[in-house]
Design a protein around this ligand. Structure first.
Ligand code: UD1
Ligand code: CA
Length: 408
């Protein structure tokens, strides 16, 4: 039976520890805002509608996700805690009889696969609520899972409220849950701010649901990395490292060789074809597409809007931005190629540069198939070089009149 499924994503908090003016969930992990990943993971488990609770910098967050019509924005004016944030969605969900996932916008490492396990367990066990737990070497800052002598979960105690004994517990709450929506709202409105911070805790609603005798089950020991919540810049970089590892692993599975993974950085939005080799110290930022059988780097820097066809070689210190590079192109040493369309089999000699910016505007250029660009040339846009144009080394080229014919 397929049920209707909604999700509440909590993203209203002010992040003191990040020391930022930007909404926390807009901070980027491998080139994408954290919230993007959480939204993707929800879509992956068939969530029809996501209620994203925003507060601090709400407008910036909304603007970023403007055109996505499965997102409903919910405003939480004052940040009184996670239960209060969920309550802000009651208006929208009070008559909803399906399942509601609750997740945090600052947990970008959550994967669809894990949410699927959560959903399956919830359905197979006919549970009222299903949570996840993870065992962490250092559980500092996380809510601890409290179990009775039989090992049944009794509740979750926040770090600040733990006794010294409870602080030793390493099983924590990664903060994603699946609820029968009606039960969630029945209990979340009864939560009281009885804790050190004086906040309304969603975790208390869970304890109340258990106490009332409803069936609550747990997917235990999800990967520790999936519990990482980004509350500081240090955790942002930790999350970035883990995400980078995932991105590279996926690319390698797709048939890409990455010679030195720790010394390579690839944006989550990049696409790379089979048998392409990425040499060390290469950075690929933004939406970049690379074809098959290419050799990129070492020390290449590819930026947003770069489209590279098959069998291309871009060598040491080559920078490309917003340019398309057709099959068989060679630019082996020290080049800048920006805002350009480069035709097939063009050879770009060492140290050649496209000059696109006149101080006010960026102009584009087109270089035809089989052109030869001699070393140290400066190509000044706007420019169109016809097929097989031959540029002498050291040229400054403003029009194709200055070109010879490479086919002769
Ligand atoms: C929360 C959990 C904790 C868990 C941890 C995992 C509670 C009470 N605690 O703690 O058990 O181990 O996540 O990461 O739920 N938010 C709002 N409105 C608010 C308060 C928070 O939208 O009024 C949002 C925040 O923006 C954030 C998320 O809820 O995205 C979690 O809040 P945060 O303050 O980071 O909770 P933690 O202390 O990390
Ligand atoms: Ca957090």
């Amino acid at each position: 039976m397929i049920m209707e499924r909604a999700a509440i994503i909590l993203a209203a908090g002010v992040s003191k520890r990040m020391n930022t003016r930007l909404a926390k969930v807009l901070h980027e992990v491998c080139g994408r805002p954290m919230l993007d990943y959480v939204i993707d993971a929800c879509r992956g488990v068939g969530v029809d509608k996501m209620y994203v609770v925003v507060g601090f910098s709400a407008n910036e967050v909304r603007t970023h996700f403007n055109s996505q019509n499965d997102i409903v924005w919910v405003e939480q004016k004052e940040q009184k805690g996670t239960a209060h944030a969920v309550m802000c969605c009651k208006e929208h969900l009070k008559d909803f009889a399906g399942q509601t996932l609750v997740l945090c916008g600052d947990g970008p490492l959550i994967r669809t696969e894990t949410l699927k396990i959560l959903v399956d367990k919830h359905q197979n066990e006919h549970a009222s609520a299903t949570l996840a737990t993870a065992v962490l070497e250092d559980p500092t800052g996380y809510g601890r899972i409290i179990r009775d002598t039989y090992g049944n979960i009794e509740g979750i105690i926040e770090h600040a409220d733990c006794t010294p004994e409870q602080l030793k517990i390493q099983e924590v709450n990664p903060s994603y849950y699946l609820f029968n929506s009606k039960i969630l709202f029945e209990y979340v409105e009864q939560v009281k701010p009885d804790n050190v911070k004086g906040e309304f805790y969603l975790t208390d609603a869970l304890a109340m649901i258990i106490k009332a005798g409803h069936k609550v089950v747990a997917v235990t020991a999800v990967r520790p990395e999936e519990a990482v919540s980004v509350n500081s810049r240090e955790q942002l970089s930790d999350a970035g490292k883990i995400m980078q590892h995932r991105i590279q692993k996926q690319l390698m599975e797709n048939g890409v060789t990455i010679v030195d993974p720790p010394n390579t950085w690839i944006d989550a939005r990049a696409r790379i074809g089979q048998d392409t080799v990425i040499e060390p110290f290469t950075c690929i930022y933004g939406e970049v597409v690379i074809g098959k059988n290419c050799r990129i780097g070492p020390f290449a820097y590819l930026r947003n809007g770069t489209k590279i066809s098959d069998d291309v070689v871009l060598g040491v210190f080559t920078e490309v931005k917003n340019a398309s590079i057709d099959q068989g192109v060679r630019a082996r040493h020290h080049s800048y190629i920006g805002d350009a369309a480069i035709g097939k089999n063009v050879n770009i000699g060492a140290g050649s540069t496209t000059a696109n910016y006149d101080g006010q505007q960026i102009h584009r250029m087109t270089i035809g198939d089989n052109c030869f660009i001699g070393s140290g040339s400066v190509l000044i846009a706007p420019l169109e070089l016809k097929e097989s144009a031959h540029i002498e080394p050291g040229s400054v080229v403003r029009s194709d009149k200055e070109a010879g014919d490479a086919s002769k």
